[in-house]
Design a binder for this molecule. Structure first.
Ligand SMILES: C[S@@+](CC[C@H](N)C(=O)[O-])C[C@H]1O[C@@H](n2cnc3c(N)ncnc32)[C@H](O)[C@@H]1O
Length: 316
């Protein structure tokens, strides 16, 4: 089990067991795809033997390509960063300048700056203004771990097995084969009733995008590809998936720690949709056991860990 290396809005670690519960029991043998990668909590947990990841954000994808192919150079560069206010604003300006001038993937310096800004910016947020500039202020953390070498190297090993794309999510229709498993985690539909559902920047996900995504799910279903999708549990989204033969909808609750509006922190209902038949699913109890056994790995000696995992795997 590897762990995410960036804090990303919409991170899925705390509902991981709910997602894993819907996976087919033999998920480890399947090719896995994550078309809205973000922080990639599901892929890093799963460590697929093969598959693809994708995100429309080129700075994010540059970061993962660099972690996969140039992890030593990245670590070396990132170790030189300083958690100081003046340095932060210089680094932020440098990041925005590289983006403004256009860059080719891989760009090691850009990846190093993204890692630094992600660990030292206010709230660990990644937010851009309309011009696509990173504009989050200095976070004033006492001692943030900017370079976690072990995590970065572990993530690099996971990514080495995967193809990385920087496209719209519809790339999945080209690459997914019957029997593959896909996890979709699109930008969520706003929960508040007053929030508008129209696109106001290019990274935004509009009503039409949500419809395109539903159509992609239908196409994958016909092709024999399994998918699991998460979104907010709200009527306009639920309606897109209700009443479709072979689709199952469930409601779960999740805490949303990264949210710029403090009053919206707390538990919110989320929706999971899947076409994995119930009888093939791993189930909640087994998923909890698997996900929790991973969490306790770090606390165990290697002997007790092997015994624990043998028990957990045997019960599947
Ligand atoms: C909710 S986040 C994913 C969170 C992730 N699962 C995690 O655990 O951290 C959604 C991601 O979708 C990306 N995105 C937005 N529109 C997209 C599109 N049309 N195609 C592919 N990715 C898109 C965003 O850049 C963002 O990183």
């Amino acid at each position: 089990m590897a762990e995410p290396i960036l804090k990303w809005a919409g991170g899925k670690r705390q509902i991981l067991h709910e997602i894993v519960a819907l996976m087919p029991k033999d998920f480890r043998n399947r090719t896995f795809h994550e078309p809205f990668f973000g922080g990639g909590a599901v892929t890093f947990w799963m460590e697929p033997k093969r598959g693809t990841i994708n995100d429309i954000n080129p700075k994010l994808i540059n970061f993962y390509v660099v972690v996969r192919d140039h992890v030593d150079e990245l670590i070396e560069d990132a170790k030189r960063h300083k958690n100081e206010k003046e340095y932060f604003y210089k680094a932020r300006a440098e990041f925005n300048e590289i983006v403004r001038n256009g860059f080719e993937i891989p760009n090691i310096r850009l990846a190093s700056l993204l890692l630094y800004l992600n660990k030292t910016a206010f709230n660990g947020l990644y937010r851009e203004n309309r011009k696509g500039e990173f504009n989050v202020p200095f976070g004033r953390y006492k001692n943030p771990k900017i370079v976690d070498e072990e995590r970065l190297r572990k993530a690099s090993e996971v990514l080495k097995k995967l193809d990385i794309y920087n496209e719209d999510f519809t790339y999945i229709l080209r690459v997914a084969k019957p029997g593959d498993l896909v996890y979709f985690d699109p930008p969520y539909h706003p929960v508040s009733e007053t929030a508008s559902f129209t696109s106001y920047s290019k990274e935004d996900f509009s009503k039409e995008d949500q419809e395109r995504l539903r159509d992609v799910c239908l196409e994958l279903h016909e092709k024999g590809v399994y998918f699991i999708l998460s979104n907010s549990y709200v009527k306009p989204i639920r309606e897109l998936y209700e009443g479709i033969e072979g689709f199952r909808i469930s409601k779960i609750y999740a805490k949303r720690p990264i949210n710029s509006k403090a009053d919206r922190r707390g538990e919110v209902p989320e929706m999971l949709v899947t076409n994995v038949p119930t009888e093939l699913q791993l189930g909640r109890e087994r998923a909890k056991l698997l996900v929790n056994s991973d969490k306790s790995k770090a606390l165990m000696t290697s002997k007790s860990l092997i015994e624990y995992l043998t028990v957990a795997e045997r019960s599947i």
